[in-house]
Design a protein around this ligand. Sequence first.
Ligand SMILES: *[C@@H]1O[C@H](CO)[C@@H](O)[C@H](O)[C@H]1NC(C)=O
Ligand SMILES: *[C@@H]1O[C@H](CO)[C@@H](O)[C@H](O)[C@H]1NC(C)=O
Ligand SMILES: *[C@@H]1O[C@H](CO)[C@@H](O)[C@H](O)[C@H]1NC(C)=O
Ligand SMILES: *[C@@H]1O[C@H](CO)[C@@H](O)[C@H](O)[C@H]1NC(C)=O
Ligand SMILES: *[C@@H]1O[C@H](CO)[C@@H](O)[C@H](O)[C@H]1NC(C)=O
Ligand SMILES: *[C@@H]1O[C@H](CO)[C@@H](O)[C@H](O)[C@H]1NC(C)=O
Ligand SMILES: *[C@@H]1O[C@H](CO)[C@@H](O)[C@H](O)[C@H]1NC(C)=O
Ligand SMILES: *[C@@H]1O[C@H](CO)[C@@H](O)[C@H](O)[C@H]1NC(C)=O
Length: 536
Amino acid sequence: MLKLLFVLIWLITESNSSAPIISIRDGKIKGEIYITSNTKSYYGFRGIPYARPPVGNLRFESPQMPEPWEGTLNAQNDSKSCITSFYIFNENKESEDCLYVNVYTPTIQENAKLPVMFWIYGGDFITGNSSKNYYGPDFLIEKDVVLVTFNYRLGPFGFIATGDAILPGNYGLKDQNLALQWVRENIAYFGGDPNKVTIFGQSAGSASVSFHLLSKKSSGLFRAAIMESGSALDMWAINRDPKSYALKLASDAGYDGSNVTTEVKEFLKRKSVSDIVEVTDWIKLNWPVKEVEHADAFIQDLNYELFKNGNFNRVPTIIGMCSQESLAFLLQPIVAMLEALIYDNTQELLLPIDFASKKNNTNEIIKEIKSIYLQENDTFSQNLTSYAQFITDTFFTRGILKQAELQSWFNPVYLYQFSYEGRTTLKGFIKGAGHSAELPFLFKMSNIAWNDTDTQNVLIQDQMVRMWTNFAKYLDPTPVKSELFSNITWTRFNPLFYNYLNIDSTLRMGFFLRQPAFGKWKRIFEEYALQPYNTF
Ligand SMILES: *[C@@H]1O[C@H](CO)[C@@H](O)[C@H](O)[C@H]1NC(C)=O
Ligand SMILES: *[C@@H]1O[C@H](CO)[C@@H](O)[C@H](O)[C@H]1NC(C)=O
Ligand SMILES: *[C@@H]1O[C@H](CO)[C@@H](O)[C@H](O)[C@H]1NC(C)=O
Ligand SMILES: *[C@@H]1O[C@H](CO)[C@@H](O)[C@H](O)[C@H]1NC(C)=O
Ligand SMILES: *[C@@H]1O[C@H](CO)[C@@H](O)[C@H](O)[C@H]1NC(C)=O
Ligand SMILES: *[C@@H]1O[C@H](CO)[C@@H](O)[C@H](O)[C@H]1NC(C)=O
Ligand SMILES: *[C@@H]1O[C@H](CO)[C@@H](O)[C@H](O)[C@H]1NC(C)=O
Ligand SMILES: *[C@@H]1O[C@H](CO)[C@@H](O)[C@H](O)[C@H]1NC(C)=O
């Protein structure tokens, strides 16, 4: 008996300390064993190359397949993050050489065929990374799925474009696509099922999911999608004038030639990272673009039209948002008030960016938009709650609800609103859950003080993780009635009812999400806007 116990202890300690080594397409890798707070052990393989380093002549190019390696690659640490505006303070943590993937899995049996969840981080296409500290796998892993996280290029390195095939743009989205191809070819070695891949992301990562739905290049690489707070139909998700930004950047970096794209590209390829980082307008330059037709194009059509006409990868999709997204950006009443004043004084800003009106009646349209949020003679600066609502709708709700509606004619859609104002929410002076509020319920985030004894937090976390992983397993977030979900069935979105799951201290199905505001926006588009649309 005692002997058996010793063997057990030896087994446990030995398996915890020995590093797992497996062979994948490009060579051998050595990972590590981790343990969740509920004592489930799992494997982590971090920093595996999925592309050749996009440096030197490969900067501003589509990512290339990686080279195989000899010997055993150490896959125990996060790779460096892609270049952000913080590079200047963070040179030892960021690098152009950043195209690496991390895999967390409960098993490394090749025939285990576990569902795979592929996470695309947010950060406005200018920041974000896949560090384990930030997107910790523990909660998802406990439900027996394989989690993949990875880095993609950001800012000018990921998105500079000149509207031609020479600097076509979207390198960051093309990275994501190559990482998805890597998953297809390698995930079985980690116990994952390449035919059960769910892509999910938040904010710009959610808009990215939307772009994978729209791109033929990503067709067949996943069978389900989850979108949290962002859509390719949101008006911030695209850059409408990439060329002038690109030329300005080159000129600010010292280029003074004739602005021929090949020359601009060669000039920028030879600049140092810090030279480029310093002259970059980190707010403006860096979104996906509509590309001209060429072999490598990732997106070349109008986003709205593709969804409307069913020209997209039709897979079951969960799509949703936080109840007051804008709160994460309006932290202080005084800041919100100053911003609101800008909208009060420059009322053209109320118009959606891509809104081309049929008639010359801008004032009439503006009046109608105002009336969605304000009483006659009222102003946003006097009514910050209405202002917050306007910002939430304009930057998030409108595009998200429209995508749910257009997509739902072709495939199952499940709509949610995350409304829980727990202690992890960025609490504003206005009620609601702000942008990113749901993230700590899905990932173990070291920067957020998580209170394990707060039963409300723990319950919502359990519900969300269970629904998200159910979706990855069964394509249905609530396949059977259960006490955990208070016996609720999250029903498929129906465009007549706008039915949605409200995620709060109690789960509840609701109807007509964001009505009447959304209905009024739809009427304004129908009555006044020129078709075709790109965003909504
Ligand atoms: C990489 O991970 C290993 C194992 O956790 C650790 O011992 C080592 O210090 C890490 N190296 C770096 C450079 O962080
Ligand atoms: C990764 O992102 C988190 C959250 O934005 C940030 O705190 C952290 O510094 C980043 N890590 C690296 C290595 O860039
Ligand atoms: C090139 O573009 C820059 C930035 O827009 C502009 O300042 C410059 O005058 C242009 N040069 C030529 C030769 O057109
Ligand atoms: C629209 O109306 C304004 C003022 O009524 C006028 O100044 C402007 O020229 C008109 N624009 C067009 C394109 O008709
Ligand atoms: C703000 O506007 C909304 C919508 O018109 C209205 O219901 C609310 O009473 C207003 N709040 C204040 C403080 O004026
Ligand atoms: C709004 O202001 C105008 C002009 O001052 C006034 O005639 C009108 O009665 C006001 N409307 C309301 C609802 O207070
Ligand atoms: C954690 O939550 C419990 C229950 O809500 C509460 O009593 C306790 O004060 C919280 N701890 C911290 C550190 O906030
Ligand atoms: C869920 O359904 C079961 C079986 O019908 C029932 O016993 C239980 O009370 C229900 N729970 C809730 C929260 O409605």
